[in-house]
Design a protein around this ligand. Structure first.
Ligand code: ITT
Ligand code: NA
Length: 207
């Protein structure tokens, strides 16, 4: 059974909507290293979770990148939500003329096996993600292979609207609708996580 490693129930609902009952949540709080790169954080987490669970693991590291704030909070989004919260993140962004932002999600898969030399990465996101999957230096004799899948979506930050979704969804508008105003299927069809899940699903079906 593939384990979706997260403490966040909102992520699990979206992954289940996408991947069906082929997955189950592993509520495991892996060590989130400090890095400005989601792929590095997710790769480390996937290795740690695999060693912990002994089953194939998929770790999901995501963040909100605000253009006018040079990408803040980015990899520190969870910390930003826990400290200043969604409303005050919006207040910060609302002082800027440029309200552009993106959500990014990196999925890291580890099952203890190696991967065939992969064909050329699909796009630049995947090349960036592939580079981040390199060996780590966490003291293990050998770094387990990890495969990364990335998805991004652009949007505009707005005053909070909507009751659905989770996290920063109420302030993230895409083509006139906030992510919190969409149901799971609508959000998955365009979201960072949906795009990463689509790439993963295609690859996993072949494995
Ligand atoms: P895990 O690490 O246990 O998976 P988390 O919620 O801490 O749970 P992240 O570190 O990836 O996960 O999350 C970064 C932050 O971004 C966190 O505050 C999330 O609520 C938020 N976030 C992630 N995906 C989101 C999405 O699709 N919509 C809105 N906010 C999202
Ligand atoms: Na986290």
């Amino acid at each position: 059974m593939l384990r979706y490693v997260t403490t966040n129930a909102g992520k699990v609902r979206e992954a289940e909507e996408y991947l069906g009952d082929g997955i189950s949540q592993l509520d495991y709080d892996y060590t989130e290293i400090q890095s400005d790169d989601l792929g590095t954080i997710a790769a480390r987490g996937a290795r740690e979770a695999y060693r912990h669970a002994g089953e194939p693991t998929l770790v999901d590291d995501a963040g909100l990148f605000v253009r006018a704030l040079d990408g803040f909070p980015g990899p520190y989004s969870s910390y930003a939500e826990d400290t200043i919260g969604v409303e005050r993140t919006w207040e910060l962004a609302s002082r800027e003329e440029d309200r552009g932002a993106s959500f990014r999600c990196v999925l890291a898969y580890c099952d203890g096996e190696g991967f065939d030399a992969s064909p050329d990465p699909v796009d630049k996101d995947d090349r960036v993600a592939a580079a981040a999957a390199g060996p780590d230096a966490d003291g293990e004799a050998e770094a387990l292979p990890v495969k990364l899948f990335e998805g991004r979506v652009r949007g505009t930050l707005v005053e909070p609207r909507g009751e659905g979704g989770f996290g920063f969804d109420p302030i993230f508008e895409h083509e006139g609708t906030t992510f919190a105003e969409m149901d799971e299927a609508e959000k998955n069809a365009i979201s960072h996580r949906g795009r990463a899940l689509a790439k993963f699903g295609e690859w996993y079906a072949e494995r």
